[in-house]
Design a protein around this ligand. Sequence first.
Ligand code: SF4
Length: 681
Amino acid sequence: MNSPHDTQVRGACPHDCPDTCALVTTVRDGVATRVQGNPDHPLTDGVLCAKVSRYPERTYHPDRLLYPQKRVGPKGAGQFQRVSWDEALTDIAARLSALAAQRPEAVLPYSYAGTMGLVQGDGMAARFFNRLGASRLDQTICASAGTAGLMNTLGGKVGMKVQFFAEAKLILIWGSNSIGSNLHFWRIAQEAKRQGARLVCIDPRRTETADKCHEHIALRPGTDAALALALMHELIQHDWLDHDYIAQHTLGWAELRERALQWPPERAAEVCGVPVEQITRLARDYGTTQPAAIRLNYGMQRVHGGGNAVRAVACLPALVGAWRQRGGGLLLSSSGQFPVQRQALQRPDLLGERRPRLINMSTIGDDLLRPASPEFGPAIEALVVYNSNPVAVAPDSAKVVAGFQREDLFTVVLEHFQTDTADHADYLLPATTQLEHWDVHLAYGHTDVLLNRPAIAPVGEALPNSEIFRRLAQKMGFDEPCFAEDDQALCRQAFGDRVDFNTLLEQGFASLPLPDAPFAQGGFPTPSGRCEFLNPQLVAQGLDGLPQHLPNRELPDPQGPWPLAMISPPARNFLNSTFVNVNSLNKLETEPLLEIHPDDAAARQIRHGDVVRVFNARGEYHCKADVSARARPGVVVGLGLWWRKMGLNGTNVNQLTGQALTDMGRGPTFYDCAVQVSALA
Ligand code: SF4
C-alpha cells in the first residue's frame, strides 16, 4: 500500500535477461520499500520475475559490501580489513601505473553482464582501460557463437519484434526455458496460445516451459543443426517452400538444398535421439502454418557447433517466407538494432596508435596461468573484475582458481557481495546496485531504450562503477576532459541524438522506430542484402560456407569413462551466479542439484536425494541427485549456478566444463561436456 509519503522512481532491470523490464521503485524516507514492474511500459506490463521482485531484499542484504577492503589473509581465503577509499584507490593506482609504464597489456579488465547498463558496464571503465592501454577482453562467455551465426546468416543481431509473436500460429521455443529466463516473451506466447497457436519446445531438458507447450522435442545436446537440416529436407521433399522469397531474398539456395537433402529425418532422428515422427510432424507444421515464429535462445549455442546450429535454424524462416508477416520469422537477439554511440561512450581514440591484444574471457583459466611469451605477450599481472564472477562462472574452474590464487597476480574486484571471485581480491571495492545509480539500457529481447534513475542514495560507502573508474583515472593523472563527465552526461551520450533523451526522462523508456516486419521485402543487413544460406565470407576463409551439423567434441560413450552428457542451465530463481545468496530465492532452489533420469539413476544405484559425485577428467562436483524425468536418458542437468563456496565440496558445475571453443565466435562450450556420476558412500 503506497502512502502519500512515498515517491516512485522509474528504472530499468540491469540483469542479463532478454526482457530488460522497466522498474518502478517505491521509496519512503530514503529507503526502497518495493520494486515493481512499470505498468506503463507495454512489454513489462507491471510484471517482474520473482528474482527482481526481491530487489529490496538484495539491496539491503546484511552481506552487502559497505566499504573498501584490503586483503589480509592468504590469496582466496576471503580475509579482508576495512580501508578508506583514498587508501585503496591510491594503492591501486600506484600498482596499475607501474604496470602501465612498462607493459600495460599486463593489465586485464574482466567484465560481463552483471549489469547490462551502458554506463555502469563498459562506459567510464572502457575509457579508463583504453587510456591505460590494457589488454582488451573478448567478451564471449554467453552469446558469441550465436551472434556469429546470426551475423553470418541475417547480417546482424536483428529479428522479429517480440510483441508480434502474439500473432503467430506456430511458435518454436528453441533452446529456451522462457518461463524462467524470458518471462515476458512467455506471456506473449501464452497470448498466441489463447488465440490458437501451437507451441513446440525444443530442449534436451523437460523444462517448466516444455511442460506447458503442446509438444516437447527432447533432442540430445548439440544436435540442433541436425534437426534444422532435417526440417529443411522435409520442406524440400514436400515443397513447403516460398520459392519467390527464396529467389528474391536469399543467397546459396542450390547449395543449401543439396546439403539439406543429405539429412533425411531418419538420419537426424538417430543423431538427435528423437522419434522420426516428431521431426516429420514438426516439419509439416512449420511448412504449412503461417505465421510461424521461432524464439531461439542462447542455450543451444554453447556447444562445439553452436554457431552453425544458429545458422541452420536462422535459415528456416526464409525458406518458408515466414518473414513476410510480422508474426513470422525468428528472434534470437534484437540488440543489433540499437544505435549505440560506442565511440562517444567508450572513447577507443584514447588508445592512440596502440592496438592491445585481445584475451578471451572464456579461456581465462589457461590465460591466467600462461607465462610471458612472444606469442602471448606479457603474463597477466593485474586483473580488474567488475560485473562478473569468473571464479564461479568461467569454465574449467580448477584452472581459474589456480590462476586467481597466483601470489604475483594483483586483483581488484568491484562487487555487491563477497562472491567466489571477491574472495580472491587484493582490493574489494563496494559497488552500487541499480537502485543507487544512473544508467541507460538497450535490450536484446525487445527494441525499447530504458533509462535508470537512482532511487536511493548509495548504501554504505558504495560507489557506482563509473565513479570508481573516474576516481582511479584522477589518481593516475588521466586528465582528459572525458574523465570528468558525470553519469547523466554518459547516459545522454550513449545514444546521442538517435534517441530522444527527454522522452527517456519523462516516461523512462523510448521505442525505436523500426518496421513491424523488417524483412518482408528482404533487405537483410548482410553484404549481399540477402539471407545468406551460403556465406561468401566464410567460404573466403576456407570454411564451409553452408550451415552444417558439427557433433559435440565430448560425445558421451556408454562404454567409456564418461557415458553421460551434462548441461548446466540456470536454476529458475537464479540468473547465472546472481541472486544465489538472496535467502528467499535460494530457499526456493533448496541446494545444488543434479537432475538424472530414473533409468540412469537406477543403473548406478542412485536414489533421489543421494549425494552424488559428478566427475570427469577435469574434476569433480558433489551435489544431491534429483531423480527426475526432466532429464532425458543419457543427459544429466547440473542446475546452476551456485557459488563454489556453497557447494558440498567447494565446487560447482564449472569444475567439469572445459575451455574448448565454439566453431565460430570463440565462445565457450559449457553444454558440450561428458561426465560420469556415482553415489557417494
Ligand atoms: S530479470 Fe528479466 S524478467 Fe526479471 S525483472 Fe529483470 S528483465 Fe524482467
